[in-house]
Ligand binder design. Structure first.
Ligand code: G1P
Length: 289
């Protein structure tokens, strides 16, 4: 079945970016001239997604505003002949059905996903965690939906993470099926380094069957006292099987200050005419000869 629907949990408080996130959602952190969530939606649409559910909270209206056309502004720019600004506005991906539901309590990713049961309407769907931006010519989610079509199994994205970082991720026990494709035979959320099955960490992209909701309902609070999606995936794995896909591409994290800065630098280096100047400036800033 074609994956047409996606859910994006955006209800988080963004405490790592306070005080900024007091007034602006962390998903709206700028990556130069577009908010981080812009790249998430671009990836979704270029992977065949047609409809998106934001699992949101109060004070996050600017996310939806960003994806709504501003006809007055467009008229004004047109009248003034400002074609450059008009072209910039056209970069926004508007072409999808937008839905939202409020997650009133912050009880974890699994709890957030449970809010999508009615929306999914019995169809398989994609989940995007908006802290993880992934660059590649072929969008990571497209790579995963192709694996889903081929193997007819739920698919989660994974990448190799530094051994000392495994306790920040969901970690899988992999049995190789094909290049980049693994059968998951064990999965655990944020294990201590010594107990980790591997260093294949879950990245924020999932292709899930609607049966995940049944498992989520039976899932008790786990790591950090939250209802963890990974714990429900462990049940799904046992009952129906679960595959992991080691996607091609570069993941950029925007969930903490350091990685966010690195992400902005990576994107800056991709902008025409900036890389050389940026390199020079960085040398000056860091005193590199
Ligand atoms: C979530 C998931 C975790 C995954 C990570 C990827 O954790 O629970 O399994 O590895 O996203 O970014 P969080 O980073 O929200 O704590």
């Amino acid at each position: 079945m074609k994956i047409r629907k996606a859910i994006i949990p955006v209800a988080g408080l963004g405490t790592r970016f306070l005080p900024y996130t007091k007034a602006v959602p962390k998903e709206m952190l700028p990556i130069i001239d577009v908010p981080a969530i812009h790249y998430i939606i671009e990836e979704a649409l270029s992977s065949g997604i047609e409809s998106i559910l934001f699992i949101t909270s109060e004070g996050k209206q600017s996310i939806e505003e960003y994806f709504s056309r501003n006809h007055d502004l467009e008229k004004y720019l047109k009248a003034g002949g400002n074609s450059e600004a008009l072209a910039a506005l056209k970069k926004v991906p508007y072409n999808f059905k937008r839905h939202s539901v409020i997650q009133a309590e912050a009880r974890g990713l699994g709890h957030a996903v449970l809010h999508a049961e009615d929306y999914a309407g019995g169809e398989p769907f994609a989940v995007f965690l908006p802290d993880d931006l992934i660059f590649h010519k072929k969008p990571a989610t497209k790579q995963m939906t192709e694996a889903y079509d081929k193997y007819k199994m739920p698919v989660i994205a994974v990448e190799r993470v530094a051994r000392n970082m495994v306790s920040s991720y969901g970690i899988i026990r992999p049995v190789r099926v094909a290049e980049r494709v693994y059968n998951v035979t064990g999965i655990r959320e944020k294990p201590p380094v010594k107990e980790a099955f591997s260093n294949l960490g879950i990245v924020g992209r999932y292709i899930l069957p609607p049966s995940i909701f049944g498992y989520l309902k039976k899932t008790k609070p786990g790591a950090k006292g939250e209802i963890q999606l990974t714990d429900a995936l462990a049940k799904l794995m046992k009952e129906e099987g679960l595959f992991a896909y080691e996607f091609e591409g570069t993941r950029c994290d925007t969930g903490n200050k350091y990685d966010y800065i690195v992400t902005v630098m990576r994107y800056a280096a991709l902008q025409k005419g900036i890389k050389g100047k940026l390199k020079k400036e960085a040398k000056k800033i860091f005193g590199i000869k």
